[in-house]
Design a protein around this ligand. Structure first.
Ligand SMILES: [Zn+2]
Length: 173
């Protein structure tokens, strides 16, 4: 199968379609060509169309966020099993998560504590140093000053065919 990479109107990768589907989108004027293909042409009674490599939707589609369900493990994966406070690499057996805004405070405010933005990977030492406090109260800061706990990118492209080199500028690998 020749796969064609489909981008949203914003150039965000959406999925990979079979070349026949890509051609029918082109014929239907739903997409425009971003990167030409490598010469394969398909012919019907009325059309001769070069199969493109990358196409882009003419109209932006809103893609609902899916996946990225919060879990302790998912937070550790997001933070690469590295303590965000001291930068120490941890094994999954000893890694813990810390609540940026302490759980008791979240509870008092009526806010959920286990959210992507409120939880970070932390080693036990840093976690116990922070205790039930806000980090600035105990003079702690993130090891990487640019770090900010976020919901991870939830969109994954599953590429089963060979990755065409011209796709690389559109896909984070
Ligand atoms: Zn630590």
């Amino acid at each position: 199968m020749i796969g064609v990479l489909v981008l949203n109107a914003s150039y965000e990768p959406l999925h990979i379609v079979d070349y026949r589907r890509a051609v029918s989108l082109l014929v239907g004027n739903k997409v425009e060509i971003v990167e030409p293909g490598n010469g394969k042409v398909i012919a019907s009674a009325t059309h001769r169309i070069a199969v493109p490599s990358v196409i882009k939707l003419r109209r932006y589609v809103n893609v609902p966020q899916r996946g990225a369900v919060w879990s302790r493990h998912a937070v550790l994966v997001r933070d690469h099993f590295t303590c965000v406070f001291c930068g120490e690499k941890m094994t999954s057996a000893i890694a813990t998560i810390d609540h940026v805004v302490p759980q008791w405070k979240c509870k008092a405010m009526g806010k959920p504590a286990n959210t992507w933005t409120n939880t970070v990977a932390a080693c036990r030492k840093c976690q116990s140093r922070k205790g039930g406090h806000d980090m600035h109260v105990v003079g702690m800061r993130f090891h990487d000053p640019n770090y900010e706990p976020r919901r991870p990118r939830t969109r994954y492209l599953v590429v089963t065919s060979q990755l065409a080199p011209e796709w690389k500028k559109y896909i984070e690998i």
